[in-house]
Design a protein around this ligand. Structure first.
Ligand code: FAD
Length: 406
């Protein structure tokens, strides 16, 4: 096996595999290292517990790398509307894709389906070497290269090492990149349910003092429910029998959910905001959850990570096409400058939502209800918010415009 590469990507999850596929259409030689091979898909399989709201910008990236059709054919549920309301005072905003002249606002897709489709593309490209199950165990930086030792003992060298290995990134730790971490006093209970009512073209979220309650549509009459609550309550809910959990959901969730035919799957997640002190150290660069995690209430985590991948791909390919060192500090810094501020803004916005909706003082309750009503009625504000959430505003990297970077 060749051990010399231009780029080594540690982590073949949704973000790392997308970066590999975006770079794989060039002449760069890439190694993609993933610690666990994803299970194959069959249509009879129950829905994966972990799902993502995929923005239009992310959809365009998947189209550009050639993964979108495979995802759609496996399982993806488009939604046209998004309703957000205050459960106490009743103010609400309804976002409709028609207001932005788009057919949909986004798609809800299982994480495993996204990963499988993108990894399939990466595996088909001749210049990508897929190494799984493998993990980076040790790394060493030199003047013009970085070498890594994998858990199997294999040694690899490249001009750039990308850490796309998730929130507990080994690459970040081995590179001594510090991180600010703040756990929220809230966990998320996620349950896949079958509902009596069809409600497949809308995603909704109600805010109550204990935390948001959300419905994300899945194929068939299925949905993914996210119930944010204190860590203790989430642990109690998770331990209930299927029937007891179904009753608890029907009692607590808004009436519009209707009857639940069955609870098919459940799990819980701690919620942590984190931001790496910097995105690079020498020839090592971080993307996705390895660099930042945010409160998932607006479903933006993986969309931010994919935007990192798009921006980094563009930067690396620009250097490469000009015959320059792809690991040159100035080039990697351009990536960091383009992404870090934007990601920080998103982390802070989710923080502001978290605290604003937890506060139960009457004046604040009234203010946030009025804000939701105003956001619904003032069309320029509404369009701006929608475009932001769909990843259609600002200076987009080529991949997010649906073009392979050159
Ligand atoms: C409850 C909840 C709901 C969410 N909902 C949404 C949503 O609706 N929309 C959204 O955009 N985001 C959502 N997110 C966030 C989203 O899941 C993450 O942002 C996303 O998974 C990050 O992708 P990633 O590829 O960066 O990291 P990961 O998905 O963590 O992938 C990292 C990959 O690296 C591999 N790996 C780990 N260590 C190593 C190693 N040492 N060597 C090699 N490989 C390694 C892992 O096996 C994995 O495949 C949600 C998060 C939570 C907790």
């Amino acid at each position: 096996m060749d051990t010399q590469f231009d780029v080594i990507i540690a982590g073949g999850g949704m973000v790392g595999a997308t970066l590999a596929a975006a770079l794989g259409h060039s002449s760069l030689r890439i190694a993609l290292i993933e610690s666990s091979e994803p299970d194959a898909f069959t249509p009879e399989q129950p829905h994966d517990l972990r799902v993502s709201a995929v923005s239009i910008a992310s959809q365009r990236m998947f189209e550009a790398i050639g993964a979108w059709e495979a995802m759609r054919k496996m399982r993806a549920c488009p939604y046209r509307q998004m309703l957000v309301w205050d459960g106490e005072k009743g103010g609400q905003t309804l976002f409709d894709s028609g207001e932005l002249y788009q057919p949909v606002l986004g798609h809800i897709i299982e994480n495993r389906v996204i990963q499988l489709a993108v990894v399939e593309v990466a595996k088909r490209l001749d210049n990508i070497t897929w190494l799984s199950p493998e993990r980076v165990e040790h790394l060493e930086q030199h003047d013009s290269t970085v070498s890594v030792r994998l858990i199997s003992g294999t040694q690899l060298q490249a001009r750039v090492l990308v850490g796309a290995d998730g929130a507990n990134s080994s690459v970040r730790r081995l590179s001594d990149i510090g991180i600010d971490k703040h756990p929220y006093d809230q966990h998320a209970l996620v349950a896949t349910v079958e509902t009596a009512l069809p409600q497949q073209d809308i995603t909704w979220q109600r805010y109550v003092p204990s935390g948001p309650q959300a419905f994300l549509p899945l194929s068939g009459q299925h949905g993914s429910l996210v119930w944010y609550h204190t860590p203790d309550t989430v642990a109690e809910l998770e331990a209930l029998s299927d029937d007891a959990l179904r009753d608890a959901i029907v009692d607590a969730f808004p009436e519009r959910l209707g009857e639940i035919v069955a609870v098919q799957n459940r799990g819980s997640f701690p919620l942590i905001k984190s931001h790496a002190h910097c995105y690079l150290a020498g020839r090592v660069v971080l993307i996705g959850d390895a660099a930042h995690t945010i409160h998932p209430q607006a479903g933006q985590g993986v969309n931010l990570g994919l935007m990192d991948a798009a921006q980094l791909a563009e930067q690396l390919l620009q250097q490469h096409s000009q015959g320059r060192d792809i690991g040159h500090h100035a080039a990697l810094r351009r990536y960091e400058r383009a992404r870090r501020g934007y990601n920080q803004l998103m982390i802070s916005s989710m923080d502001a939502f978290y605290y604003a909706f937890r506060e139960s003082s009457p004046p604040l309750q009234l203010a946030r209800s009025l804000a939701l009503t105003a956001a619904d009625r003032i069309m320029p504000v509404k369009r701006f918010t929608m475009a932001y959430a769909m990843g259609l505003s600002g200076d987009l990297p080529q991949l997010a415009q649906g073009k392979l970077p050159t």
